[in-house]
Design a protein around this ligand. Structure first.
Ligand code: SF4
Length: 377
């Protein structure tokens, strides 16, 4: 099984915290769609013998595309790859693009999952982040989407400067009132060279506070797990039957093809990434070339990735698998390094599966890095 990710590198305006690849000049949209279609065709042999289980439109803002363009891209996948009978096909969409007519039109095509970039139901948060939508559009888009789509996810951001615990809880409760089956939630991070980093430096916006973010994560965890959601990955909560098949495939180290500028790919041994420039991407594809750099992963790289993704998910890290796939040296290494975290109740063992406790979840990236192996193989 494998996945196809299609990156749509356009946004209406730049959110202050964002360091993803996108352009706000939409003039080349149609040329880009043709280039994406061509890349899908050019790379069809990479998934020969594989069946595509999920197609994911991410960005950028995929909902800036016309519905017909989205459907053309999906048709191109179907014409060139073997696709399972009931694939998961997700479109990331921003609330301001989801008018009732748009949603109706989308529901008539192959898209069967919407991931809506709500981020917050409060105007002050949306303004601080420079989101293109307002609080009313956030609510209206979910209400309209729920009429035609069952499989809906929304994104919510916590740890926003000025966001109190009460306001954060109200955000979560609003999502619950809409009966959304999947919520992706991230702490606001300050990436270098973003407008947010600049405003914080200037003292115009207060800095994000790790302790506040940790409290928000606890509120999120308690509120959602109490009403039947599983935190199946540190940033992803789903009701039974609604875990994202696409994300799960990434975390279980399945192959995926990343189409479009800045998109990443993984074939089980190599990781590739496309050029992070729309003009360079369009030029290369027009000449029939793949604008991609590739890195061959060592055994240590694969072990480190397995530890990082495993600890972030409910599937954990299997010590037996480490012994079998990577060798006894790796198994001994993780056993030794994990001891202090087991004693501190940040990790625990369920049989031979190493997992993060609720307290350990928020610190999991740092813990995982400490279990990494360096300079072997
Ligand atoms: S819509 Fe998404 S990709 Fe575009 S600027 Fe905002 S956060 Fe970044």
């Amino acid at each position: 099984m494998s996945s196809i990710y299609i990156h749509i590198p356009f946004c209406k305006q730049a959110c202050h915290y964002c360091d993803f690849h996108f352009s706000t000049s939409l003039g080349k949209r149609e040329t880009m769609v043709q280039a994406l279609r061509k890349e899908i065709v050019l790379r069809k042999d990479e998934l020969r013998g594989e069946v595509v289980e999920t197609i994911y439109f991410g960005g950028g803002t995929p909902s800036v595309l016309e519905v017909a363009e989205v459907n053309q891209l999906i048709d191109t996948v179907y014409a060139n790859y073997e696709v399972v009978r009931h694939p998961e096909i997700t479109l990331e969409a921003n609330p301001d693009d989801l008018s009732p007519n748009r949603i109706l039109e989308l529901s008539k095509g192959p898209i069967n999952r919407l991931s809506i970039g709500v981020q917050s139901f409060f105007g002050e948060d949306l303004k601080l982040m420079n989101r293109a939508h307002n609080a009313l559009e956030a609510r209206q888009s979910i209400k309209a989407a729920s009429r035609y789509f069952q499989n809906i996810s929304i994104d919510l951001i916590y740890g926003i400067p000025g966001m109190t615990n009460t306001r954060w809880l109200q955000n979560i409760e609003t999502a619950l009132a809409f009966n959304i089956p999947h919520i992706s939630s991230y702490a606001l991070t300050v990436e270098p060279k973003t407008a947010l980093a600049h405003f914080i430096e200037q003292g115009v916006v207060q800095n994000v506070d790790d302790e506040v973010a940790q409290e928000h994560f606890s509120i999120l965890w308690d509120t959602l797990t109490d009403v039947g959601y599983s935190c199946y990955e540190i940033s992803n909560f789903g009701k039974p039957g609604y875990f994202s098949r696409n994300n799960t495939a990434y975390w279980q180290q399945k192959k995926y093809l990343g189409i479009g500028p800045s998109a990443h790919s993984y074939d089980g041994n190599r990781r590739g990434w496309n050029v992070r420039s729309n003009p360079k991407y369009i030029r290369a594809i027009a000449e029939g070339e793949l604008p991609m750099e590739v890195e061959v992963l060592s055994k240590t790289d694969k072990y480190n990735e397995y530890v990082m993704t495993g600890l972030r998910t409910i599937w954990g890290v299997s010590l037996e698998k480490i012994g079998v796939s990577f060798g006894e040296v790796y198994k001994r290494h993780i056993g030794e390094r994990a001891k202090k975290y087991l004693e501190a109740h940040l990790l625990y063992l369920d049989g031979d599966i190493l997992l993060a406790t609720r307290k350990g979840k928020f610190l999991v990236d740092g813990i995982a890095s400490d279990l990494f192996m360096v300079n072997l193989s």
